[in-house]
Design a protein around this ligand. Structure first.
Ligand code: ZN
Length: 241
């Protein structure tokens, strides 16, 4: 099965539309969504509608949980909290109910998906390194784990007891090993590349590609400013951080 893997859309409709236009060229059969559909960006309802129309296999992100009252605001930076409070006011009921229905972890065959980590997925502790990934490998039963949350693409491979981070953006993954993969963020990349990021994964051939997509950043920034959201949330989109 060929999957498009999307994460951390964060209410950025321009980024999501541009990514979906790119996905359409790739004969994808199923969508995976790794959470944080809302928060930060100015179009939470539109992003939710679009994502739901794709009927994805999806998990709950920390911003999604916060807007549903499922995690406390004190766990967020002041900047993130402001955006969450704004999003709570904007969000329509069907979208909120959809988010509230999402689980923290889901499995499809030997793929496991989660937003933050597999050890305690609702403590929202980040995986930023091979060392951070190691405890989650101990909880991974199949060959492939996909996660989001850091907004930075990264591929970790476990070979025996050793966990390595692999360089590059195109891979052939082998079931000989286990992998934990971050496909980057659609709506707010933080690896200093402002282009939207997502993944295409074929679990039969093992081919994985991390794909970067240009989108109309200025338009997304304009909407953030017009909504009265913090200026920093607009500025950071152009910086990719
Ligand atoms: Zn996020």
């Amino acid at each position: 099965m060929k999957y498009a893997v999307l994460s951390d859309i964060h209410g950025n409709l321009e980024a999501l539309q541009s990514v979906l236009a790119e996905v359409r060229r790739r004969k994808v059969e199923k969508y995976i969504c790794l959470g944080d559909i809302v928060g930060y960006g100015a179009n939470p309802n539109e992003c939710l509608e679009l994502i739901r129309s794709l009927n994805p296999v999806a998990v709950l992100g920390n911003h999604d949980a916060a807007v549903c009252g499922l995690t406390a605001l004190k766990n967020f930076t002041p900047l993130a909290s402001k955006a969450i409070i704004w999003t709570i006011r904007e969000l329509k009921t069907p979208g909120r109910e959809y988010l509230a229905s999402l689980p923290l972890i889901r499995s499809l065959g030997d793929i496991t998906i989660f937003h933050s980590n597999l050890v305690c997925p609702d403590d929202w502790v980040y995986i930023h390194s091979a060392d951070d990934a190691s405890p989650s490998f101990n909880r991974l039963s199949g060959s492939f784990g996909f996660f989001g949350h850091s907004h930075r693409p990264a591929i970790y491979r476990k070979n025996g007891r050793r966990v390595d981070q692999l360089p590059g953006s195109e891979f052939f993954l082998s079931r000989q090993w286990q992998y934990i993969i971050n496909v980057g963020s659609v709506g707010q990349p933080r690896d200093r590349d402002p282009r939207a990021s997502y993944g295409v994964f074929d679990d039969e051939s093992g081919e994985l590609k991390i794909i970067r997509v240009k989108y109309p950043i200025r338009k997304a920034q304009k909407k953030i400013r017009a909504a009265g959201l913090p200026e920093r949330l607009a500025a950071r989109l152009a910086e990719g951080k």
